[in-house]
Design a binder for this molecule. Structure first.
Ligand SMILES: Cc1cc2nc3c(=O)[nH]c(=O)nc-3n(C[C@H](O)[C@H](O)[C@H](O)COP(=O)(O)OP(=O)(O)OC[C@H]3O[C@@H](n4cnc5c(N)ncnc54)[C@H](O)[C@@H]3O)c2cc1C
Length: 760
């Protein structure tokens, strides 16, 4: 696996965080291939392990027990994680097309995206049924169903459509859980009615008669009404119709029937089977494109009808890993041999399970305990992760890959000692190609900009306006250059908006680590595309910049803004007034969360939420604050909340009462404090505690260290008259600043040199 600073010569893109790809990541981490970078691309950061899903529904497991944290797994394995949806393949250009972001380049791509419900063929099913696939969406649907059942007074009828192992197991798990829920609410569990519909004349058609008999008995004993040979052909609100034309009342319809391939695969030109699954050969390689591999439910192996089950997806991980590796090396591929008979342990919801293997069936509480042991052992392989890769390896020309002469020369150059000065500029060809693909906003007041570049840009300051200047620059803290570009631009714009100004133009300064020309170009393209998207949305034209080589990817902007020349609308730090309310527009905690991320201590979903917060522009918040009569404003960045608050309070000559209970915090920030984690800048910020009147009272409070936590692309901190505060908060919430909160009040400055008093 690639370690930081190593040369990227080939890219493997893993599309979907299914059961096979988690295994691929693990194996590649343990047996790295120099020069190869893995990127895991998935719509979700937490991927469910199907074997434990019914146990989760039944209430035996918590969310984290049954989900693999893909972000953390990728980080531990030295791979990139990109949380995005694949929408297609441009096989000619070797790119995976993504929703709402630039395509990703691949040398090999592997697809493990599970199956998609085919509800479109049944009128009303898409609108009125809860679908179990894609499996990753199921949790959301299940929690909503749980809530509806809890709230609905009286009887609830639930119809499960599909009587394979998944449908039967899920029904029994739901029944067990929902009955317990009603009991806890002091309601009669018999208010619940369950119906099971199947197009087949038997339940569990792919299992042996002993297993079927067991489940038949369990279902009947639990009062489940079976409707066999009764394909559901239409769903309407609160009812469904079978092929026989009979209508059945059902408050909830849960869809667990055979699924098919994702619709986007049809446009890739890859060979698909009749249900839309990707046809692969015994090497798990597309029969129509040797650069494309597939595994799990989405793969349909020519000449072999495999059941769509997680056990196969798990077993495919090893041959898939081997073949991705061999394919890049130009070696002969290995064959995947599925198990002839496989063990299915199917639970009945109540800590009891039935075993099925070929013609054999057995059942008992011990089978559940055995299944529980197997499943937990599987999950342990992906939790409690320590970094699996050695990050001390020096960059070197990869020797295990068949590189072209040109690539070898570029790799040698990139790993040799580098020159400084102007020799450290990124090559002109690379830059020209990247710039040609960017579409910065055109503004009339940009007289000379990127459209006809010159030695410098020329912009006009419109009559009656004054110019606001600011600059910001930092190195990347994530392995996704597109997102980094967006956040760096958003961060740099923060100062402009905090002043109450409109952004006008920006020049960029970037450093990119040396590498193969194609890699340098791709990183620069991704990063600048993200940045330009943000600048454009802010009405800010990118007018120039400079790109050099550096050991780390870094990006910054000098931004110009415009404000009325009489400074009428300017928002200063020092304008706080007695009686004002202090507002904060975004939650804090980015510094500590990314410190925890680097140590593999942060949950992936915390990091994704922090990244979303960092991408939220302060532009609209500034407009709302101005409209509501803000008296002072600043953006919260490197000095942390307390540092920036002091920058406001001191020149205003006031004291501040800061309410810890009201502080909006990013998910996971408290947990990171409890784990003793801190950002590397935090100790420097801690010196500001002498400005606190009562630090000793709150020093042990878990929120206290977060006052010193440095923020990237943080929110606005502003004061405004108390009478306007609730109206302002309403507007901020409606505009998407859902965490905006009133966090303090402005008081007269006393004699002591401690302007901030904590309450909470
Ligand atoms: C209730 C139930 C219980 C089951 N129990 C078992 C069991 O006990 N044992 C068993 O072997 N099988 C079981 N199955 C079957 C099992 O769920 C599937 O066979 C298995 O999930 C398939 O795994 P996979 O790796 O192919 O894909 P999945 O596990 O479905 O993972 C696919 C991943 O790809 C991501 N993805 C999808 N589309 C995109 C996209 N366009 N871009 C990026 N990412 C994408 C998804 O977010 C997801 O993370 C059960 C099924 C159900 C419904």
């Amino acid at each position: 696996m690639l370690t930081s600073g190593q040369l990227v010569a080939r890219d493997i893109v893993l599309v979907g965080g299914g059961h096979s790809h988690v295994g691929v990541l693990r194996s590649f981490a343990m047996h790295p291939l120099a020069g190869v970078r893995l990127t895991l691309l998935c719509t979700d950061v937490d991927t469910p392990y199907s074997g434990m899903l019914p146990g989760y529904v039944a209430g035996h497991y918590g969310f984290d027990d049954v989900h693999i944290d893909l972000s953390r797994l990728a980080l531990a394995a030295g791979a990139r994680f990109i949380c995005a949806e694949a929408t297609g393949l441009d096989r000619g250009a070797r790119r995976v097309l993504l929703r709402d972001r630039p395509a990703l380049v691949y040398d090999r791509v592997s697809i493990n995206i599970g199956s998609t419900p085919q509800v479109s063929q049944v009128p009303g099913a898409a609108q009125h049924a809860v679908t179990v696939k894609p499996i990753v969406r199921f949790n959301h649907c299940w929690l909503a169903l749980l809530d509806r059942v809890r709230r609905q007074p009286g009887r609830t009828t639930i119809a499960v459509v599909g009587a394979g192992a998944g449908g039967v197991e899920l029904l029994l798990a739901m029944q067990y859980r929902l009955r317990n829920e009603l009991r806890a609410l002091h309601r009669d569990p018999d208010e619940l009615r369950f119906h099971l519909f199947s197009a087949e004349p038997v339940i569990l058609p792919t299992h042996n008669p002993t297993v079927r008999r067991h489940f038949d008995a369990v279902l009947r004993a639990r009062g489940v009404q079976l409707h066999l040979a009764a394909a559901v052909q239409e769903v309407e609100p609160a009812r469904l119709r079978t092929a026989q034309g009979d209508w059945f009342a059902a408050d909830e319809v849960v869809w667990v029937t055979q699924a098919g391939g994702a619709p986007w695969l049809r446009d890739t030109g890859l060979a698909l089977d009749s249900r839309g699954f990707l046809r692969v050969n015994r090497h798990l390689q597309s029969v129509s494109d040797p650069l494309v591999f597939a595994a799990g439910d989405i793969a349909s192996m020519d000449g072999l009808a495999l059941e769509k089950a997680g056990v196969f997806a798990v077993r495919m991980a090893r041959p898939l890993t081997d073949n991705l590796r061999r394919s890049l090396r130009g070696e002969e591929l290995v064959g995947y041999r599925p198990q002839r008979r496989w063990l299915a342990l199917i639970s009945t919801g109540d800590r009891f399970a039935v075993g099925s293997r070929g013609p054999i069936g057995f059942a008992g509480a011990w089978v559940w305990r055995w299944k529980d042991w197997i499943d937990r052992r599987f999950m342990r392989r992906f939790s409690g992760l320590a970094a699996m890769v050695d990050s001390s390896v020096e960059p070197a020309v990869p020797t295990g890959l068949p590189l072209g002469a040109d690539e070898v020369a570029q790799a040698q150059l990139a790993t040799a000692m580098r020159c400084g000065g102007c020799a450290a500029k990124v090559g002109e060809g690379v830059l020209a190609r990247v710039l040609a693909g960017l579409q910065p906003l055109q503004r009339d007041d940009v007289l000379i900009g990127l459209l006809r570049p010159d030695d410098a840009a020329v912009v006009r300051v419109p009559a009656g306006k004054a110019m606001v200047h600011t600059v910001d620059f930092f190195r990347t803290f994530i392995d996704d250059p597109y997102l980094f570009g967006k956040i760096a631009a958003n961060h740099a714009l923060g100062d402009i908006f905090a002043m109450g100004a409109q952004a006008q133009s920006a020049t960029a300064i970037a450093t990119v680590p040396p590498g193969l020309e194609s890699q340098v170009e791709e990183v620069l393209r991704q990063m600048m595309t993200g940045a330009v998207e943000v600048l454009n949305t802010a009405g800010c034209a990118l007018v120039g910049g400079h790109t050099g080589e550096g050991s780390e990817l870094a990006l910054g902007f000098a931004v110009n803004g415009l404000i009325d020349a009489d400074l009428a609308g300017v928002l200063r730090k020092g304008g706080m007034q007695l009686g004002d309310v202090l507002l904060l527009t975004k939650p804090i905690g980015t510094g500590i969360l990314f410190a925890a991320h680097a140590q593999l201590q942060a949950k992936g979903r915390w990091i994704q939420a922090a990244l979303r917060s960092m991408q939220l522009s302060n532009q609209q918040a500034a407009a709302i604050l101005r409209e509501c009569g803000a008296t002072a404003c600043t953006d919260v960045t490197g000095f942390g909340l307390l540092g920036h608050l002091l920058e406001m309070a001191c020149p205003s000559g006031v004291a501040v009462q800061l309410d810890l209970d009201a502080l909006p915090l990013l998910d996971g920030a408290r947990e990171c404090v409890a784990a003793g984690i801190a950002s590397s800048l935090q100790p420097a910020n801690l010196g500001l505690r002498r400005a606190l009147a009562n630090a000793e009272v709150f020093a042990a409070d878990p929120r206290y260290p977060l006052l010193f936590d440095p923020q990237t692309a943080g929110g606005l901190l502003a004061t405004l008259p108390a009478a306007r505060a609730s109206e302002c908060l309403e507007q901020l919430h409606a505009a998407g600043y859902t965490h905006a909160a009133a966090i303090g009040r402005i008081l007269p400055m006393g004699d002591a040199p401690t302007p901030v008093t904590l309450v909470g």
